[in-house]
Design a protein around this ligand. Structure first.
Ligand code: ROI
Length: 168
């Protein structure tokens, strides 16, 4: 028996659209890899996406990471929020531009609904910039309600979503 048994699989959505968004996302991936009690299992390529919400803001860079963790969901959320703060998370208005967003999308097969945290992330199935990178790293994944991620991603309007890193 290895201690792997205590790791739970979490999926994290990353997003940034201020200053140097590719750098923010790449740095955040490195920092996820260095979190205590966690192992960065995989991450998607980096995608550029048109902003959902107000259009008078720059395009976003989005990616998804698979993080195996021994933190509880709320302890992991604390870690992600501390990481956002360390990046001087700038967020002037709701649905406006931000330097770094880290969304806890899924945690094992958990359903969580507390004021600080809802899992699965309530918006994830409506967002191509989440579903497409998620299907890239976890094509076999199903949501706790049985929906397949690859099918959801395929059925999604992917307008404006394009891979920017690695360059081809
Ligand atoms: N739009 C895109 N394309 N990507 C995001 O990560 C993102 N994040 C947000 C809002 C402002 C809703 N729009 C977004 O928080």
């Amino acid at each position: 028996m290895t201690d792997d048994a205590t790791f739970q699989r979490a999926y994290i959505g990353l997003g940034s659209n201020l200053e140097t968004p590719q750098r923010y996302v790449l740095t955040a991936l490195n920092e996820l890899a260095m979190l205590p009690l966690c192992r960065l299992n995989a991450h998607s390529r980096l995608y550029a996406s048109r902003p959902l919400g107000p259009q008078d803001q720059p395009d976003f860079i989005n990616a998804v990471a698979i993080l195996d963790t021994r933190f509880s969901p709320l302890a992991l959320l604390d870690q992600l929020q501390a990481l956002e703060q360390r990046h001087g998370r700038l967020r002037q208005r709701r649905w406006g531009p931000r330097t770094l967003d880290l969304d806890l999308l899924l945690y094992a097969d958990s359903h969580i609904n507390v004021p600080r945290l809802r899992i699965p992330h309530p918006e994830m199935t409506r967002r191509a910039f989440v579903l497409v990178p998620l299907a890239e790293v976890a094509p076999e994944l199903t949501l706790p309600d049985g929906q397949r991620i690859d099918a959801l991603a395929r059925d999604m309007q992917q307008d404006g979503l394009r891979v920017v890193l690695p360059e081809r």
